[in-house]
Design a protein around this ligand. Structure first.
Ligand SMILES: Cc1cc2nc3c(=O)[nH]c(=O)nc-3n(C[C@H](O)[C@H](O)[C@H](O)COP(=O)(O)OP(=O)(O)OC[C@H]3O[C@@H](n4cnc5c(N)ncnc54)[C@H](O)[C@@H]3O)c2cc1C
Length: 409
C-alpha cells in the first residue's frame, strides 16, 4: 500500500529553502517596511520588487505554475508544503507570486484561455508585471447563489455590452485586468449555465471603481465597481457562453485549497505563539503551560491543526490524481477556516491584553481569519453541499463511506 508521508530529498530541500527564504529575506523585509499604512507607496513597491527578484533568483517563484510558464511545476501536495511555509509571513505569498486572487486567476487562464488570451493576460501575471482581479459578487444579491447574478451582458456585433454592479473585488484597485462574471443567457437549460466570463482591461470606459470598501481589517483593496455600458470585444470571452459557473467552480477548487494551505501556516504561527507565551507567563504559583485550562486550549488547537493538515494533504492528493475532489476541498475549506478562527482566538486568550493589542500579529490575523468562514463559499453552503453528497452516497450505495473522503478505512 502506497501511503507515505515522508518527503523525497528534493522536496525536503525545497521546503527548507522556502523556510530559509522566508526567515532570512521576507521577515526581515517586512520588518524593514514597518507599518505599511505609514509607508510611502513607491518605497513599499521597491521593497517588494527587491524581495521578488530574490525569490526568482532562489527558484522560489510561481510554485503553482508549470515550468514552461516560469513556475516551479509542483503538484498540489507539494504546493501545500510550499504555501504552508510561505504564508508563515504576511508577504510570503506575494513575494513568491502565489497570492490570491492572482494565483486562482492564473490557474483559470492556463486551463480556459486561448493562446492569445494567455499571452496577453497570463504572461504578465507570471512575470509579476501585472495584477488581476476576479469580479463576481454583487451587493444587491446573495453572493452564495451565483444563479442570482444581475450583471448582464448582451452581444452587439463583435462586442459584448455589460452593465452591472460588483463589490468586494479584491485587488481591483491595482489590477490590470479583471475576470468578470456576467449573465448572458436569459433562459438557460440549467440555472447555473446563465453566466459567462469575460476578460476586461483596466482601465476601460464603463468600468468605474466607486470606492475601496472599508472592512474590519481596513480599506485594503476590496473594491466596489460600477459597470455602465462597458464594451468587451467578443474574443475576450473566457471559456464558452454559459460556462461562467463551471469556470468559477474549476477556479475555486484549487484556490480554496490554496487558502487552506496558507491558513495552516497562520494557525501554526498562532499555536507556536500560544505555547511560547504559556511557557513564559507565571500566575498563581506556576507557568500558564502547567495549568490544565491552558493545556486544553493547546491540546484542542494541536488536534485541530493535525486534522487540518491531513484534510488538506488528502484533498491535494485527490486533485493531483485526477480524482473528484469537490467534497474533500469543501470539507477542508470549512474545517480549516473554522479551526483557524478557534486557534487564533485561543492564542489571543492565552496572551491576555497583549493578544488584544497590536504589539503582536494576532489581532491582525484574527481580523483576516474572520472572512475565511464566508468568502469563497460560506460555512453553511459547504455544509449544505456536504450533507447533500453524504445523503446521496447513502442512497446510492447504502453507505456514507464515499462521502467521507472515500478512504480505505
Ligand atoms: C475579504 C473578502 C474578499 C473577497 N474577495 C472577492 C473577490 O475578489 N471577488 C468576488 O467576486 N467576491 C469576493 N468576496 C465576496 C465573497 O465571495 C462573498 O462574500 C461570498 O461569496 C458570500 O456572499 P455574500 O457576502 O453576498 O453573502 P450572502 O450570500 O448574502 O450570505 C450571507 C450569509 O447567509 C448565509 N447563507 C447564505 N445562503 C445560505 C444558504 N443557502 N443556507 C444557509 N445559509 C446561507 C451564510 O451564513 C452567509 O454567510 C470577498 C469577500 C471578502 C470578505
Amino acid at each position: 500500500m502506497a501511503i507515505d508521508f515522508t518527503l523525497t530529498p528534493e522536496l525536503e530541500d525545497i521546503r527548507t529553502r522556502v523556510r530559509t527564504f522566508i526567515d532570512t529575506v521576507v521577515k526581515p523585509g517586512e520588518e524593514a517596511m514597518g507599518n505599511r499604512d505609514e509607508l510611502d507607496r513607491a518605497e513599499y513597491i521597491t521593497l517588494i520588487l527587491e524581495m521578488r527578484a530574490q525569490a526568482r533568483e532562489a527558484g522560489l517563484w510561481l510554485p503553482h505554475m508549470p515550468e514552461e510558464w516560469g513556475g516551479m511545476g509542483l503538484g498540489h501536495v507539494e504546493l501545500a508544503m510550499v504555501q504552508a511555509e510561505g504564508a508563515k509571513s504576511r508577504m510570503g505569498p506575494w513575494v513568491m507570486n502565489c497570492q490570491a486572487p492572482d494565483e486562482g486567476n492564473m490557474h483559470t487562464l492556463l486551463h480556459w484561455g486561448t493562446e492569445e488570451q494567455k499571452e496577453r493576460y497570463l504572461r504578465p501575471l507570471c512575470e509579476g508585471t501585472a495584477m488581476s482581479c476576479f469580479a463576481m459578487t454583487e451587493p444587491e444579491v446573495a453572493g452564495s447563489d451565483p444563479t442570482l447574478i444581475q450583471t448582464h451582458a448582451y452581444q452587439d456585433g463583435d462586442e459584448w455590452v455589460v452593465n452591472g454592479h460588483k463589490w468586494f473585488i479584491s485587488n481591483a484597485h491595482r489590477a490590470r485586468f479583471a475576470i468578470l462574471i456576467a449573465r448572458t443567457e436569459d433562459d438557460p437549460d440549467l440555472p447555473q449555465a446563465a453566466n459567462t466570463a469575460f476578460l476586461v482591461d483596466i482601465p476601460s470606459e464603463g468600468w468605474t471603481e466607486v470606492r475601496e470598501v472599508e472592512t474590519m481589517h481596513g480599506s485594503t483593496g476590496h473594491s466596489e465597481i460600477l459597470i455602465e455600458d462597458l464594451r468587451v470585444p467578443a474574443d475576450r470571452m473566457l471559456g464558452g457562453r454559459g460556462q461562467g459557473h463551471l469556470l468559477g467552480q474549476y477556479r475555486l477548487g484549487p484556490a480554496r485549497l490554496a487558502h487552506c494551505m496558507r491558513w495552516i501556516a497562520q494557525a501554526e504561527t498562532a499555536l507556536d505563539m500560544m505555547v511560547d507565551r504559556s511557557l513564559n507567563r507565571f500566575s498563581h504559583g506556576s507557568l500558564l503551560a502547567e495549568k490544565q485550562g491552558v493545556q486544553w486550549m493547546i491540546a484542542d488547537s494541536a488536534m485541530e491543526l493535525y486534522q487540518a493538515k491531513l484534510m488538506v494533504l488528502h484533498a491535494a492528493y485527490r486533485i493531483d490524481n485526477k480524482l473528484d475532489f469537490t467534497s474533500e476541498v469543501s470539507m477542508a475549506k470549512h474545517f480549516v477556516a473554522n479551526a483557524l478562527n478557534r486557534i487564533i482566538d485561543r492564542s489571543i486568550q492565552v496572551h491576555g491584553a497583549l493578544g488584544y493589542s497590536t504589539d503582536t500579529p494576532l489581532a491582525n490575523m484574527y481580523q483576516h481569519a474572520r472572512w475565511a468562514r464566508f468568502a469563497d463559499g460560506a460555512d453553511e453552503i459547504h455544509q449544505m453541499r456536504i450533507a447533500q453528497r453524504t445523503i446521496a452516497a447513502y442512497k446510492d450505495s447504502g453507505s456514507t463511506r464515499t462521502a467521507t473522503g472515500d478512504l480505505p478505512v
